[in-house]
Design a protein around this ligand. Structure first.
Ligand SMILES: [Zn+2]
Length: 485
């Protein structure tokens, strides 16, 4: 019996087309999912779309269509991204799906039954961009530092609240007990400091008369649930809570909970709010939270459509289409190899082109051609498949979720083989000592197969193409990564 492993992305809020930051998150989750499968795990991989809230309601009104029609359009775009990037997710949950709505309402009932929900009047400063309340200390010159183009709203109304303040000590105890609960360490330290300053209960409903686009609060038609108390529940709804408890037992309890990827603007929601919510309804915590940095434009600001510095993954793929056997693998490579595993990373077209040329076209693409040309000409022995194992340096990188280090290991092996070809000159040796030359070439082919195996989680189609050439003992019909003009 293979062990269950559950991984999820955050659900992107569907008010904009997918940008490279979310492509990075979902590709990284996919790399981990593929790695775990190769390590013998049975994997549940969840992604989807977050579809309620004021921002979407306003956008739909502006567009003159119903909120449902508005989010349907975006959900399609995100599904398209999942297939275009060759993401191996087996679950795509939308927070407007009936089973999610049911789960969110049941979650509310249980938190309420445990005394963690109450009603009060309140006034708050709110960033619609983040869908979060902001304290004065979080604002810079009265503006949200992540959304400097939006005005902070002052809100006053009667809302339901979640007793977040009750869970500060318990959250600190969780972090104490599991020191790698949040990766990297710096983000865990941020959370400890945040909680140590004291948690304030947060608002979890809105008046339906002002903002009807949400899940009705159980037993109170005047209110709808507000974003986080709705959206975060998707992580357990996706694996069957509460409608299929056998599935939930396997994918949440037996697997040790979800490994959750998120961006650094989501650290609080994933590592604290969500964990407190789970404690409230007596469900064990997530397995781990892995926090990505932002992808920044040339100006160092977070990439966003409103700032006009967005790099669209679909555009990158379109640009490379005629040069690459699988153009989405250029995006998969850039977000794992070129970007920092945890810190902010700048993206530029020049950077993508430079990396493509040095690592893919002149790196793995050229190496495959060189070795398979020699092999097709001189190798006579068939290729013997053996059970592959990952190198320990590569495995250790995965254990720390440092994907950049893992793929860099692969690219170092590519360089090593290139150097070996230069130094041993099998193309010359084979002409003077056929046996010795063939042995050198055969060894190169086996080492290329090892590289292909290590590349599989990152570049599954490239890996498969290389293995196809090795098994058939032929060169690729076309270079895997053509040189750019
Ligand atoms: Zn904001």
């Amino acid at each position: 019996m293979s062990k269950p492993f559950y991984i999820t992305t955050t659900l992107p809020y569907v008010n904009n087309d997918p940008h490279i930051g979310f492509a990075m998150e979902i590709i990284r989750a996919d790399v981990v999912a593929r790695y775990k499968r190769l390590e013998g795990y049975e994997v549940f991989f969840n992604t989807g779309t977050d579809e309620h809230g004021a921002k979407l309601y306003e956008a739909a009104q502006k567009a003159g269509i119903t909120p449902q029609a508005y989010v349907d359009g975006f959900a399609l775009r995100f599904r398209e991204l999942v297939s275009t990037l060759n993401i191996s997710a087996n679950s795509f949950i939308r927070t407007t799906d009936a089973y999610h709505v049911h789960a969110a309402q049941e979650f509310w009932r249980r938190a309420d039954a445990n005394g963690d929900i109450y009603k009060k009047n309140y006034k708050t400063k709110y960033c619609i961009g983040c869908e979060l309340e902001k304290t004065d200390s979080e604002l810079v010159e009265g503006k949200c530092p992540i959304h400097p183009n939006r005005d902070i709203e002052i809100r006053e109304e009667e809302n339901y609240f979640f007793r977040y303040s009750k869970y500060g000590e318990k959250l600190l105890a969780l972090y104490q007990e599991r020191p790698d609960f949040v990766v990297p360490d710096s983000r865990l330290n941020e959370m400890k400091a945040f909680i140590a300053r004291g948690l304030e209960d947060f608002s979890i409903s809105r008046l339906a008369s002002k903002m009807p686009w949400g899940i009705p609060v159980p037993g109170d038609d005047l209110h709808v649930m507000y974003v986080w108390f709705d959206a975060l529940v998707n992580y357990i709804a996706a694996v069957g809570w509460p409608h299929d408890m056998d599935s939930f037992e396997k994918w949440w309890n037996a697997s040790g909970g979800a490994l959750q990827y998120c961006g650094k603007d989501n650290t609080r929601q994933q590592s604290a709010m969500w964990q407190a919510m789970l404690m409230s309804v007596r469900i064990s915590p997530s397995q781990k939270i892995i926090v990505n940095g932002f992808v920044t434009g040339g100006d160092g600001q977070k990439m966003s459509k409103s700032l006009g510095n967005v790099v669209n993954p679909f555009d990158v793929i379109a640009e490379f289409r005629e040069y690459v056997h699988a153009p989405e693998e250029v995006v998969r490579f850039v977000v794992t190899h070129d970007f920092s595993s945890f810190e902010d990373s700048p993206v530029s077209q020049e950077g993508i082109i430079a990396s493509y040329s040095s690592q893919l076209a002149n790196g793995i693409g050229n190496l495959t051609n060189r070795i398979m040309k020699l092999s097709a000409t001189y190798r006579t022995e068939p290729f013997h498949e053996t059970k592959s194992h990952f190198a320990s340096a590569y495995k250790e990188a995965f254990e720390r979720y440092d994907l950049r280090e893992a793929i860099s290991y692969c690219m170092a092996q590519v360089k090593r083989l290139d150097t070996r070809i230069q130094e041993t000159e099998p193309f010359k040796v084979v002409k003077v000592d056929e046996e010795k030359g063939k042995a050198l070439i055969t060894a190169l082919v086996y080492d290329l197969a090892v590289i292909a195996y290590h590349l599989e989680p990152f570049l599954p189609k490239t890996s498969a193409k290389i293995m196809e050439c090795i098994r058939a003992n032929k060169m690729p019909e076309k270079p895997l990564f053509n040189r750019l003009p």
